[in-house]
Write a protein that binds this ligand. Structure first.
Ligand code: PMP
Length: 370
């Protein structure tokens, strides 16, 4: 295959992969039922627990992030269970849809796209309906560039009502703080192709004691994502199904890098890059989608497309003329925003390049950047 030239890939996942991780993934294939794999799986599982800040059980799945979300639902719930799903974007909606697809009775608590979910509204719903068994929430809504106040949500869901809390951490974990045990989150799912700096193909999920209790009586159908199977194989240093071994080589190195840098430093690096991105955008005379910058995401920035500008044309020209790959809007924000991903391996100069490129391209689509 012809080599694809390197781009300034600024989509909110997949994210660019550092060269040493690419190199690590070219290691020879091994038997996934052999001793080298056992050592690899045990090591990355322990390191992942450090990144999740948890002592809960944790499993590596071979799937994209959606697989981890599906796993969290089908392993803890039964058809007919009442579930409250707080959503303010495309991924919150997806989590909701998964629970519905498996027969949960879902109450959709809708918030405006571009705003956060509100712990007070969640409290009201839980007060009104004591039958609700679980709450679904997205930590970082990638479609709108908003980080939801998960600590507040968790203190209501767990601290006040002791319900199951299922968290989509696909675009937050390993980038922004998410102390799984500190916030008492029951099931937390994430994926490899974002903050972990490795290719798509792996998902990670942690499950608490309360999660295990729910698992014991949950009857939703499951097979590939049966976490009881994952547990019994993990005890032998294996996964139930053939894992994406090469991605695990990359993961091993990536986790060493993240833990070596120190999680606090990793978070701070993301905060600085995000602030730089937002400042750059505002300096160009553009407007953030986030109504309040205090909850603008440190992993992805959503920017309003100015009136009368063809957003698809702009994103297209950024790629063809400037080699910068941005993301457009999703769902009802299609054509209304564009997004800059800044998670994982991203440097200040990557963002400077993006700003320079935007400055050059915007006038060509009819907007005079400052
Ligand atoms: N949730 C969030 C918050 C995401 O950002 C994504 C991916 N963009 C997903 C879920 C779905 O993950 P995947 O595409 O890996 O299945």
């Amino acid at each position: 295959m012809q080599r694809i030239p390197t781009q300034n890939l600024r989509t909110p996942g997949p994210t660019p992969i550092p060269d040493d991780i690419v190199e690590a993934m070219s290691n020879p294939m091994i038997n996934h039922r052999g001793p080298e794999f056992l050592e690899l799986l045990n090591r990355v599982t322990e390191q992942l627990k450090q990144v999740f800040m948890t002592t809960n059980d944790l499993y590596v799945l071979t799937s994209s992030g959606t697989g981890a979300l599906e796993a969290s639902v089908v392993n803890t719930l039964s058809p007919g269970d009442k579930v409250l799903s707080a959503t303010a974007g495309a991924f919150g909606d997806r989590f909701t849809d998964i629970a519905e697809a498996y027969g949960a009775e879902v109450q959709r608590l809708q918030f405006e796209w571009g705003a956060t979910v509100d712990a007070e509204d969640i409290r009201k719903c839980l007060r009104q309906d004591p039958q609700i068994k679980a709450v679904l929430v997205t930590h970082n809504e990638t479609s709108t560039g908003i980080t939801h106040p998960l600590a507040d949500v968790a203190s209501v869901v767990k601290g006040e009502f002791d319900k199951l809390l299922l968290v989509d951490a696909v675009s937050s974990l390993a980038c922004v703080p998410l102390p799984v045990d500190g916030w008492n989150c029951d099931l937390v799912g994430t994926a490899s192709q974002k903050g972990f700096m490795i290719p798509p193909g792996l998902a990670f999920i942690s499950i608490s004691e309360a999660g295990h209790e729910a698992q014991a009586s949950a009857t939703m159908p499951r097979f590939y994502f049966d976490l009881a199977e994952a547990q019994s194989y993990l005890e032998r240093g294996q996964t139930p199904w053939t894992p994406a071994v090469s991605a695990l080589y990359g993961l091993s190195l990536a986790l060493g890098k993240l833990l070596g840098e120190g999680l606090e430093n990793v978070y701070e690096r993301h905060t600085k890059i995000a602030q730089m991105t937002r400042e750059g955008i505002k300096n160009l005379g553009l407007e953030l989608l986030a109504q309040d910058e205090t909850y603008a995401s440190d992993t992805v920035t959503a920017i309003k497309i100015p009136e009368n500008i063809d957003g698809a044309k702009f994103v297209g020209m950024m790629r063809t003329e400037e080699n910068v790959v941005l993301a457009g809007g999703q769902g009802k924000l299609t054509g209304r925003i564009f997004r800059i991903g800044h998670m994982g391996a991203v440097t200040a100069s990557n963002i400077e390049e993006v700003m320079e490129a935007i400055k050059l391209v915007l006038p060509k689509v009819g907007f005079s950047a400052r």
